[in-house]
Design a protein around this ligand. Structure first.
Ligand SMILES: NC(=O)c1ccc[n+]([C@@H]2O[C@H](COP(=O)([O-])OP(=O)(O)OC[C@H]3O[C@@H](n4cnc5c(N)ncnc54)[C@H](O)[C@@H]3O)[C@@H](O)[C@H]2O)c1
Length: 354
């Protein structure tokens, strides 16, 4: 018999807000718009329950999760009323979670320990821990991965820290027979997947790519953080795009360039590609994309969580190759979106082991 999927969240920011609201949306809508998978194994979106949450912002810690997701600096729009959820946000280990420049007035911090996280994960019987920490939080992300391992939970690394692509963490999760998915969620229709798809198309059509760039602006706290710590994000995005034209040498520059307060949770991406077609004829492509960033992430996460629980039910530990290739920017194994999609379908239907 299927059980519900008990999920814990580290980082109660905008993407967590969209995820929590998204679960409620799927509960009240008979046919929710914007999910790639209605069912994954036995699981529907409404089988997911958030049972624990951690943060280090003193305005969020101690609050009910239903209230904390709407607490500043979060600015994801409210699309549904989630009410009180009966989950109190607990303090977790701070480490490098918040950029030095943002500590104090932007984020007043409090601190817990790994042991606090382990206790909470065990007492709430969480199956999966999602890591939604800010970019640049490598050590704090490792602390949550450690807590997941100690409490017997699977780990989803939604951000660019190197966890699912680290050989060390891969083998620790494999030994513990716990699934590991990551790194850095690839949004439903984000700039990365769109840019990858165009590059892949050009490569398949024999077009010679000379150079490409992608510049992003937005008004979320995530963007503000990226102004101070964007290194890992630049790497995961650039690598994801370059991998779509394996063997072709070209310049690629992909970067978050500005935090623009009035954009709120909108993100705008400008993409430019310069290439040469048959007989060296020039081709130029310019694309503008505008999305609500946190919700662009949340539907994908609802799919990820269900696929991770399916792997748990099957006793699979270590990195989930097909799921990560489909749903993350920097997976252990890269694949074009159509190929990764087929791998994931094969995994769900039991034709691929991971
Ligand atoms: N569409 C998207 O928004 C998207 C897509 C892919 C990846 N991501 C990544 O997901 C992550 C989360 O994005 P977001 O928009 O929710 O960011 P956010 O800044 O809104 O939220 C991060 C939260 O983590 C908390 N935090 C910081 N250090 C912590 C610690 N040590 N322990 C617990 N909590 C801590 C912060 O207080 C904040 O509440 C980012 O790394 C982002 O790059 C986002």
């Amino acid at each position: 018999m299927k059980s519900s999927i008990r999920v814990a969240i580290a980082g109660v920011g905008n993407t967590a807000s969209a995820f929590v609201q998204g679960l409620k949306y799927c509960e009240i809508e008979e046919n929710p718009i914007g999910l790639a998978f209605k069912r994954i194994g036995p699981y529907e979106p409404r089988d997911i329950k958030v049972v624990a949450a951690f943060d280090v912002d003193s305005r969020k810690v101690g609050k009910d999760l239903g209230e904390a997701i709407f607490t500043p600096p979060n600015n994801a729009p409210k699309v549904v009323d989630v009410g009180k959820l009966g989950v109190i946000v607990r303090a977790g280990p701070l480490l490098d979670g918040v950029a030095e420049e943002l500590r104090g007035s932007f984020i007043p911090v409090v601190e817990g320990s790994i042991e606090d996280v382990v206790r909470e994960l065990e007492s709430t019987n969480a199956h999966i821990l999602i890591n939604y920490l800010p970019t640049g939080a490598q050590r704090a992300s490792e602390a949550y991965a450690e807590a997941a391992l100690r409490s017997g939970a699977a780990f989803i690394n939604a951000m660019p820290a190197v966890i699912a692509t680290s050989k060390v963490w891969q083998s620790r999760f494999e030994e513990a027979k716990l699934p590991l998915a990551g790194d850095d969620v690839q949004n439903q229709l984000g700039a990365t997947v769109l840019h990858k798809t165009i590059i892949r198309l050009l490569a398949l059509r024999g077009v010679k790519i000379e150079g490409t760039y992608q510049l992003n602006v937005g008004g979320t706290p995530d963007f503000l953080n990226l102004m101070y710590r964007k290194g890992q994000k630049e790497r995961t995005k650039t690598e994801a795009v370059k991998r779509m034209a394996e063997g072709m040498e070209f310049d690629a520059y992909i970067s978050p360039v500005a935090y623009i307060n009035f954009l709120g949770s909108r993100k705008i991406a400008h993409m430019f590609i310069e290439a040469r077609g048959f007989a060296n004829m020039p081709i130029r492509i310019r694309v503008d994309l505008e999305v609500y960033d946190p919700f662009n992430n949340a539907g994908v996460m609802i799919d990820i969580v269900r696929a991770v629980k399916l792997a748990m039910d099957r006793g699979i530990g270590g990195p989930l190759i097909s799921l990560s290739a489909w749903a993350f920017k920097n997976p252990p194994v890269h694949a074009p979106p159509d190929v990764a999609y087929q791998w994931l379908v094969d995994f769900i239907e039991g034709r691929r082991e991971r």
